[in-house]
Design a protein around this ligand. Structure first.
Ligand SMILES: [Mg+2]
Length: 243
């Protein structure tokens, strides 16, 4: 029996509008804020932007070598080091606040219009968990965002990598979710858009994975869903009746 449905956040429930590319916009604002707060001249801008490229690359391939990107605090430390400057504690705190909360003013949107209804439907049958590898925005800010988007209430447990200090695809993050919600991995489904991070990660911990492949892209694994509306049906077909 499936008791828990765990979901990935970015690109599964929320995404940045590709036309507007909010994250790029947010990074421009972060760069400006950092530069203004530290009174840096224009020559530092290039370094700040190349830092953001490194941050993004580390999120795509979370490895031991890029553990500096696990927390926004350590990301900013890494940047300061790269810039080769001294930063006062009070400026660091100002930057951290802006860096981690700027998403609230420039929020992402849902991947699908009816995400709240889909979650409400799933909630009637399962306990719901959210497992997110956080980036520039930590769990504490994502909870505010989820509240603003009116979907926080559907989840029974949140596993944020910056709070647990473990990132998917590490199986331990999936095991924590199962144990917090008193279910075995076999009783748990995890759905997300990344084949490596969500699908293989969940599988390695013994959970039942479902890959989210919106659009027409060829799925790298199966079972997969094209829309989150299909999730209940796929759980029934693949993980309930097959047993
Ligand atoms: Mg994702």
């Amino acid at each position: 029996m499936i008791k828990i449905v765990s979901l990935d956040l970015w690109e599964t429930l929320i995404k940045d509008d590709s036309e507007k590319d909010n994250e790029k916009e947010r990074d421009n604002l972060r760069a400006e804020f950092i530069s203004k707060t530290l009174k840096l001249n224009q020559s530092y801008m290039q370094k700040i932007h190349s830092f953001f490229c490194e941050v993004v690359a580390s999120f795509i391939n979370p490895e031991k070598e890029n553990e500096w990107s696990l927390l926004p605090e350590t990301q900013i430390d890494y940047l300061i080091n790269k810039l080769g400057i001294e930063v006062k504690k009070e400026d660091f705190d100002k930057i951290l606040k802006f860096y981690t909360e700027c998403i609230l003013d420039y929020p992402p949107s849902f991947t699908e219009e009816n995400i709240p209804d889909i979650l409400a439907g799933l909630k009637k049958k399962y306990k719901l968990a959210l497992i997110s590898n956080t980036g520039r925005t930590p769990g504490r800010s994502l909870l505010k965002l989820l509240k603003n988007l009116k979907i926080k209430k559907y989840f029974d447990f949140f596993a944020f990598s910056d709070e647990l200090l473990i990132r998917k695809p590490d199986p331990r993050i999936f095991e924590i979710v199962c144990s917090k919600l008193n279910a075995s991995p076999e009783e748990t489904v995890h759905a997300g858009d990344s084949y490596k991070i969500d699908f293989l990660g969940a599988k390695s911990a013994g959970l039942n994975p479902i890959l989210y492949v919106p659009g027409t892209e060829k799925p790298q694994g199966a079972p997969y869903i094209r829309t989150l509306k299909e999730i209940e049906e796929v759980i029934e077909k693949e993980y309930v009746h097959r047993r």
